[in-house]
Design a binder for this molecule. Structure first.
Ligand SMILES: *Cc1c(COP(=O)(O)O)cnc(C)c1O
Ligand SMILES: [Zn+2]
Length: 479
């Protein structure tokens, strides 16, 4: 990664990338069309498929072994790249080498925790030492989205874009807003964040972040899918740089969640990664991360991916598990997808789940997710809202807590153990995508038996209303 020109105000972005080993490529193998790295495109000009960020690895300094990264954990503020080594994204910069070290944007993302979760494991039927929880809620904005934003903001700044935008169920807008006010453009100003959130569906914790961090927040009369369509269609007309996971640089950043899991497991590949599926950015990024590591000879096998949909937003589950949709090396049956969406529209079906972060009916990364499932021999399950909230409650009781969408991974694990697809002895990593305090209202409702379904959850721990005297305290404590 040497030889790139310095970013100088007034120099066209093209100059900055002249010697980059990175380029954009259509994901469809039979097309394979490429675009320059500095072209602002989210689909292939020839066939309309999604784009990948690809690298000419022969021009990159790829480490010979993943243990290379161990030294980076002893980062020092004063070492040349201490700022980058402290980032859980850029510590692995050789594996997403689309920009020079000096140009990378970081706000301290990715300092997350892989926790051995024996008590939770026992509760769902796993043997000791086999279940791990990856806490992406410990990111600066409280969700995994920060991983992707570090990469996408790096690109936005290199492209000299000042206004960034996304559609969001909440966490993308929080991450976008935080990164925007922390990222200075070449003129020294903070970037401007514009977020489109769906009407009244956003969790207050997430909305509060977007407002607090100073994003221009548009509450759209419509759900996430409506917001997504709107921003995708009009972003460039409005001079907005799109930061949803349709932006392939987001996914480059999210690959590092898997690098950190491997790092914490001393570079041993687990048997399963269980992840909630919404817009399917993580599913796409995780598959790409493992396939690249294998192709580079850095790992010798892939974990299996288990993607967990909410029952009320189960597009991937329906298509993959019930209608037999397969990637088939890029020749997947797109008519099947189109007819499923037509059916949804005809029947007035819209995504509806308590897990608002995965309340998405038209996942934009569907083809990439199918590719990941093919590469990892993956599978898809769905969990109902009650099971999702029970999963969340278990993480609260036995772990550090998470938001509802993250609870879907534990609910899904439980199903897969019951189905004997995951055995108690396999090493399983559940990805906890967002922090428990993001959606605390839902948690309080769950414990207080006033949730939407109007019954307390299986693990409810209701508050006890008590008079302010000793006798009442005694009575309450005896109960
Ligand atoms: C965005 C989000 C998801 C969905 O992730 P995708 O990569 O879009 O599938 C799940 N959980 C939380 C907490 C999120 O913020
Ligand atoms: Zn193409």
């Amino acid at each position: 990664m040497t030889g790139l020109a310095l970013p100088v105000a007034g120099v066209s972005p093209k100059m900055l990338f002249m010697k980059s080993p990175a380029y954009l490529q259509c994901i469809t193998p039979s097309c394979g069309n490429t675009h320059d790295i500095d072209e602002v495109r989210f689909d292939c000009a020839r066939c309309g498929s999604l784009l990948d960020v690809r690298y000419d690895w022969s021009q990159c300094d790829v480490p010979k072994s993943l243990a290379f990264f161990d030294a980076r954990r002893n980062f020092s503020q004063h070492s040349e790249h201490g700022r980058l080594d402290r980032s859980g994204v850029w510590r692995f910069r050789e594996l997403l080498p689309f920009a020079r070290p000096d140009d990378l944007v970081t706000i301290g993302e990715g300092q997350t925790v892989l926790q051995v979760a024996d008590d939770l494991g026992r509760e769902v039927g796993m043997h000791a030492g086999r279940l791990y929880l990856q806490y992406e809620g410990f990111n600066p904005s409280g969700s995994f989205k920060d991983n992707g934003m570090a990469a996408a903001f790096t690109m936005a700044r290199l492209l000299n874009r000042h206004r960034v935008a996304c559609a969001s169920t909440g966490n993308t807008s929080a991450a976008l807003a935080l990164f925007a006010n922390q990222t200075k453009t070449s003129s020294g100003q903070a970037m401007e964040a514009i977020v489109l959130v769906g009407g009244d569906r956003i969790a207050p914790g997430k909305l509060s972040q977007a407002l607090d961090y100073g994003a221009k927040t548009l509450q759209i009369d419509g759900d996430f899918d409506v917001c997504m369509r709107l921003v995708k269609e009009h972003a460039e007309t409005l001079n907005l740089y799109l930061m949803n996971s349709l932006n392939p640089f987001r996914l480059e950043g999210q690959k590092t969640i898997m690098y950190r899991v491997l790092e914490a497991m001393r570079w041993e590949v687990p048997d399963w990664i269980v992840v909630p599926g919404g817009n399917l950015g993580n599913t796409s990024a995780f598959g790409k991360a493992f396939v690249e590591l294998r192709d580079l000879g850095l790992i010798d096998r892939l974990p299996r991916l288990a993607v967990i949909n909410a029952q009320g937003a189960n597009t991937l589950h329906e298509l993959f598990e019930h209608r037999g949709l397969r990637y088939s090396n890029g020749n997947y049956d797109s008519a099947k997808v189109a007819s499923f969406y037509e059916e949804m529209d005809r029947n007035g079906v819209v995504a509806d789940t308590v897990a608002s972060a995965i309340e998405i009916g038209h996942p934009v990364n569907l083809p990439k997710a199918l590719r990941s499932l093919e590469a990892t021999r993956g599978l898809v399950r769905q969990a109902c809202d009650d099971d999702i909230l029970d999963g969340k409650a278990l993480v609260g009781r036995y772990g550090f807590g998470c938001e509802p969408a993250s609870g879907a991974s534990v609910a899904g694990l439980r199903l897969l153990i019951q189905e004997k697809i995951i055995s108690p002895d396999e090493r399983v990593v559940c990805i906890l995508t967002g922090h428990g305090l993001k959606d605390s209202g839902t948690t309080v409702n769950y414990h207080s038996s006033s949730c939407a379904t109007n019954h307390a959850g299986s693990y409810a721990n209701p508050p006890i209303k008590t008079k302010a005297d000793l006798a009442s305290l005694k009575k309450a404590l005896a109960g």
